[in-house]
Write a protein that binds this ligand. Structure first.
Ligand code: SF4
Length: 372
């Protein structure tokens, strides 16, 4: 039985120190705590989120989330409009949204203040708000990413027992692409679940499904992460339903199964993630499928900064997934998109090298891009 509790919160807008280099969000809004989709691998079950133990049935609804957001953005003298991700720690369109409409009301506020939006969801309910999302996209920038972790309906039911079917989610992307002109939409192929959805055939079905749905992009990461009680929850389910895979997990994450505590690694072995990345790269090439999202470019002094940062961050991503040194272009890009002035002014003063992580090679690259 699901219990909803309305609760007051002091803050609603998360402001990140650095823009996310995959999803391009500077801000985050979570109208809910807890998520009724109940995915057994969900990272929000880990201790750091401090959510109720019954994460999928004990749902906290943030009281007057939209009003608080409106107040925060109205007083926001130091904030510049930038991408707001909805959500991080729960699906913005899980079942509670049909009743409380907090996500929709927050979107109306973001539309009013002309903030771009990135929706991350598994739900068909997002289609209810297509009019609003199209409007945000037309006036600004809007992106809807739909997550698929397995195409086999039975595997998906095991992993994500209360979420829509994989085909239903591909249909969400198709509907968005067929009915909007200004909304980017694609498929998040993450996390990959070892042994359950990681065969070459599984990964190909995901990329092919995205292509057939008309997705603008896919995004792929690596294997699921594991920590504290989230790992225990997942491993308990795995042991009950697929005990034959436990050995492989022990090897990949470096632990010995104990139902009371998890002492393994947070990430799967690099060698595993490298194979997954190479497979996805080959599939994206074969299906002519972009694997990066076109970012929001503001119409102010940040435009050129963001454009150059996007090139550096895309390059860093390519280096990372092919196992090469990637941190320098990555952090150069992250720092450039945090500049408080146009990068052209920095270049004109001959001070590009003062930006952290910009060395001689990146300086040359930036100058060439600026036409200097
Ligand atoms: S939909 Fe996302 S937030 Fe909700 S349970 Fe699944 S992984 Fe967690």
């Amino acid at each position: 039985m699901v219990k909803y509790t309305e609760k007051e919160f002091k803050t609603i807008l998360i402001v990140r120190k650095y823009i996310d280099s995959w999803f391009w969000d500077r801000y985050g809004v979570n109208p809910y705590q807890g998520c009724q989709f109940g995915c057994i691998y969900c990272d929000s079950r880990s201790a750091r989120y401090r959510l109720p133990a019954d994460f999928e049935n004990d749902i906290i609804v943030k009281k007057d989330a939209a009003g608080m957001l409106d107040g925060r953005l109205s007083r926001a003298r130091t904030l510049l409009p930038d991408v707001v991700a909805m959500s991080g720690a729960s699906d913005p369109y899980h079942h509670a949204e049909a009743r409380f409409e907090s996500t929709r009301h927050c979107l109306e506020v973001l539309q009013k203040h002309v903030y771009p939006v990135h929706i991350l969801t598994k739900s068909r309910l997002v289609l209810r708000d297509l009019d609003l999302l199209e409007e945000i996209g037309r006036n600004n920038w809007c992106c809807v990413s739909v997550t698929i972790t397995a195409c086999d309906p039975e595997v998906a039911r095991f992993l994500e027992p209360k979420s829509p079917s994989p085909q239903g989610r591909f249909d969400v992307v198709r509907t968005i692409k067929e009915n909007t002109g200004h909304v980017q939409s694609g498929v998040l192929l993450m996390p990959v679940i070892p042994c359950l959805s990681d065969s070459a055939g599984d990964l190909e079905a995901m990329v092919r499904g995205a292509k057939e749905a008309g997705a603008d992009y896919v995004l792929f990461g690596g294997a699921m992460t594991m920590r504290d009680q989230q790992a225990l929850w997942f491993l308990r389910h795995l042991k009950e339903s697929h005990p034959e895979f436990l050995d492989k997990y022990e090897h990949l994450y470096g632990f010995t199964y104990d139902e009371e505590s998890y002492e393994g690694d947070y990430m799967a072995k690099d060698s595993y993630n490298t194979v997954i990345s190479h497979t996805f790269l080959d599939l994206c090439a074969a299906y002519d499928m972009p694997y990066r999202i076109r970012r929001f470019i503001p119409a102010d002094y940040r435009a050129e900064n963001y454009r150059i940062a996007e090139m550096l961050l895309n390059r860093a991503y390519d280096l990372m997934v092919t196992g090469k040194a990637w941190t320098r272009p990555h952090w150069a890009g992250m720092n450039i998109q945090n500049l408080k002035e146009p990068i052209v002014d920095v270049a004109d003063r001959g001070e590009l090298r003062a930006i952290r992580n910009v060395g001689p090679a990146l300086e040359d690259f930036i100058l060439k891009e600026l036409g200097s």
